[in-house]
Ligand binder design. Structure first.
Ligand code: ZN
Length: 256
């Protein structure tokens, strides 16, 4: 995977945003593969949908590419809020590819994949409507709150000069790939408890510790569930079965 961007792709385009889009999407089309299966190419959707830019010809995985100059921050600008939220609520979010590039050297500096099954409604932040004087007055966009997604759902394909192998990326993707078929409620619980486990940063913990730090937060995220503690225990087992959490005995746990 070479990291140089081909600026010739923007020949004939004037607007800086259109030029950047042509160049970055051209790079993605040429170099990116499907992380959800073994397909070595992705096809462009030719602007037929607001939410999807690329499609895997083999497994049908849908990708949205968001490119920005400079570094990727903790919250990343997406497109229109309403169609994205509708997709996330229906468990049909596309996968995201966040691409960061150096607009001086025209080089890719970062490519972060976030599988769609990690996009829960609470990581989509509604932006303020554009002002009445804007060209698209009233239009409402959204941000993806990347910092709220557990690290397991943020797969670095490119980080500076380092490029992960397709095998590494696909293997990281595979650990939680079946969440794509889980019901929204179950998927939300697994992701939320995973986020809490990761926030402990590999320290040993007991159930009591876990409840003390996270029970209130999880209860607020799942207002319809009154049995938060049993749910936490169930999800720790789910994470153990995936090899994420180890039960040490004596009520002690640790993340792998
Ligand atoms: Zn695929």
């Amino acid at each position: 995977m070479q990291l140089e961007l081909n600026v010739r792709l923007a020949d004939g385009y004037r607007s800086p945003s259109q030029r950047a889009r042509r160049i970055t999407e051209g790079w993605f089309e040429e170099h990116m593969y499907c992380a959800a299966c073994t397909s070595d190419r992705l096809d462009r959707t030719r602007g037929s949908t607001q939410v999807v830019d690329f499609l895997c010809p083999s497994c049908g995985a849908e990708y949205q590419v968001k490119a920005k100059a400079g570094a990727l921050g903790p919250r990343l600008r997406d497109a229109a809020y309403a169609p994205m939220m509708a997709r996330a609520q229906a468990n049909r979010s596309p996968h995201f590819a966040f691409l960061a590039y150096d607009s001086g050297a025209w080089q890719v500096r970062g490519l972060l994949l976030v599988p769609g099954h990690f996009i829960t409604p609470d990581v989509i932040e509604r932006c303020r409507p554009l002002s009445p004087t804007a060209r698209r007055a009233g239009w409402v966009g959204c941000n993806i709150l990347v910092h709220r997604i557990p690290p397991d759902g943020r797969l670095a394909v490119v980080q500076g000069d380092r490029v992960a192998s397709p095998k590494q990326v696909r293997s990281g993707w595979g650990v939680f790939a079946d969440l794509a078929r889980a019901k929204a409620e179950a998927r939300g619980w697994t992701i939320d408890v995973l986020r809490c486990v990761r926030a402990l940063g590999g320290r040993e913990f007991t159930l009591k510790d876990f409840y003390a730090v996270f029970e209130q937060e999880l209860a607020a995220q799942h207002p319809n569930n009154r049995n938060v503690q049993p749910k936490i225990r169930q999800q720790l087992q789910v994470l153990r079965n995936r090899g994420i959490v180890r039960f040490l005995g004596g009520g002690r746990y640790v993340a792998e």
